[in-house]
Design a protein around this ligand. Structure first.
Ligand SMILES: Cc1cc2nc3c(=O)[nH]c(=O)nc-3n(C[C@H](O)[C@H](O)[C@H](O)COP(=O)(O)O)c2cc1C
Length: 274
């Protein structure tokens, strides 16, 4: 299927984008109006774009239904401050409840049963239950269009980051298993970053992998390895020393593949080079 956005209705394009650009992290955004009304809503058009300065961006879009603007957008135009929270599995239902279209002035902290904690640098309160909260000032709002479903990029600079000690490992880094973050997929689907869904792909920045084209022909031509597995083998700086005449048997290739699948790349290479 090929889609030309100009030829399909906006809601259809919207749902293809939501289904394809996944998983999207969720920003639970706390804002405040000039009159002091607190608002809390989730946004999955969200990500981090810079570490220096520390910048995160989310997008409270114009409503597709009637082309009105969302309270979060209106609030940040009035008071350019926001606290952005990471949503974990323990609070995902509450974040979803906070997305209901309550009238302006209704505080979704109350509706969703979340705890208001005073922020240190900005006026909107933060969510006590969230494992990570980013107190931000809004540097810029970029309106991407004027029609229904047009995005509004809220460019936020992080002034203060709160991290719950419970999600830190012994080295003080965020442990993804403890964070237990959730992300948004298409339709009503979410996903949870836990258990087998978390895995690592070794790619030290300072090293350059040899590339699949530099693998010996017996590997490139072998039907035993998928291209993805060959990529793992080709992510070494240099083929380990071994017997240059050695051509492994089919059985050895299969054993090496098992080691590779278990993340034991060095041992797989040892077996292959003989
Ligand atoms: C997980 C989740 C992610 C959402 N992401 C977005 C988004 O990125 N942009 C958007 O405009 N609405 C998004 N929504 C819908 C808004 O949360 C919803 O329209 C909300 O009522 C807006 O609240 P407000 O008018 O108080 O700002 C999302 C809803 C959920 C449950």
């Amino acid at each position: 299927m090929i889609i030309d956005p100009k030829e399909i209705p906006v809601p259809k394009m919207h749902s293809y984008l939501l289904g394809a650009v996944v998983p999207r992290p969720i920003a639970l955004a706390s804002t405040i109006s000039a009159a002091g009304e607190v608002n809390l809503s989730p946004f999955s058009f969200f990500n981090c774009f810079s570490a220096n300065p520390p910048i995160v961006v989310f997008s409270p879009a114009r409503r597709g239904r009637d082309n009105t603007t969302k309270h979060t957008y209106e609030n940040v135009k009035e008071v350019p401050e926001v606290v952005i929270h990471v949503v974990n599995y323990a609070m995902v239902e509450q974040a979803s409840l906070a997305s209901c279209e309550y009238p302006r002035g209704v505080n979704e902290f109350t509706k969703a049963g979340l705890t208001e904690v005073r922020s240190e640098k900005v006026r909107p309160p933060r969510v006590g239950e969230s494992p990570v909260a980013l107190e931000c000032k809004v540097n810029q709002v970029i309106e991407l269009g004027s029609g229904g479903a047009a995005g509004n990029l809220v460019i936020c600079e992080v002034l203060l980051m709160h991290i719950n000690d419970d999600v830190l490992d012994a080295q003080g880094r965020i442990d993804p298993y403890q964070l237990d973050a959730v992300a948004r997929m298409g339709q009503d689907y979410y996903c949870r970053a836990s258990g087998d869904a978390i895995f690592s792909v070794p790619k030290p920045n300072e090293k350059v992998g040899i590339g699949i084209d530099q693998l010996p022909a017996y590997l490139r031509k072998s039907k035993v390895f998928s291209a993805n597995e060959l990529a793992r083998l080709a992510n070494v700086e240099k083929i380990p020393d071994g017997n240059p005449m050695h051509v492994p048997s089919e059985r050895t290739l299969m054993q090496a593949r098992e080691l590779l699948r278990a993340g034991r790349t060095d041992e797989a290479w040892k077996l292959l080079v003989g």
